[in-house]
Design a protein around this ligand. Sequence first.
Ligand code: F6R
Length: 241
Amino acid sequence: MRVYRGTDYNDMSRKAANILSAQVILKPNSVLGLATGSTPLGTYKQLIDWHQKGDIDFSDVTTVNLDEYAGLSKYDVNSYHYFMKQNFWDHVNISPERTHIPDGTAADAEDECLSYDNLIAGIGGIDMQLLGLGNNGHIGFNEPGASFDKDTHIVKLSDMTIEANKRFFEREEDVPRSAYTMGIKSIMQSRRILVIANGVHKSEILKKAFFGPVTPSVPASVLQLHNDVTLVGDVEALSLI
Ligand code: F6R
């Protein structure tokens, strides 16, 4: 594992964007696995900025997102589809047909999971997967206790995740109780993984995930078993390692 320390959130975001843009420059038709949440916002902002300056071209890139809330349509302002359009896709020259995310309103959830796995396999797998780190060690929506051996599936969200995500919703009752997520097996099949984390509130879980035992009770700890992981954090998140 490589660890890069950013002086602050902006520096962390710039370093992460540099790594993603190097991936795209070296392989213009890369498949990028993307994440939502607060952590990647600065990374996306930086990539948009470089794109607008003509430094990075996404025209051959394909993206697959980690997860989506079950029950929310892509037009719902709280859906991850909407988040991706607002914060990244609509600002770069990525073709909408090459942006993929589970359909929160799919009639048949199992079928949707299977189709998503087939889609990822059909585009040749993920070259670089971007991951944020949940306060409880989750990656995607793979919550503590999740099996390391699952592809895309539906999960019930833990109380801690509902609590953490309610900041995006008007009322806590509006936070969906379940979501589609790539499984840990899908994530581990990515050729390269880029984890980003900022803030002192992530420092303990980050230490546990990367320097504690590999255990389903800290889902991100599985990343210790991957042979190409890059961790980019700000000084606060990395303060205990
Ligand atoms: C988002 C995702 C989640 C987040 C995690 C951290 O697509 O899969 O696992 O990466 O909850 O969220 P933030 O960045 O908001 O701290």
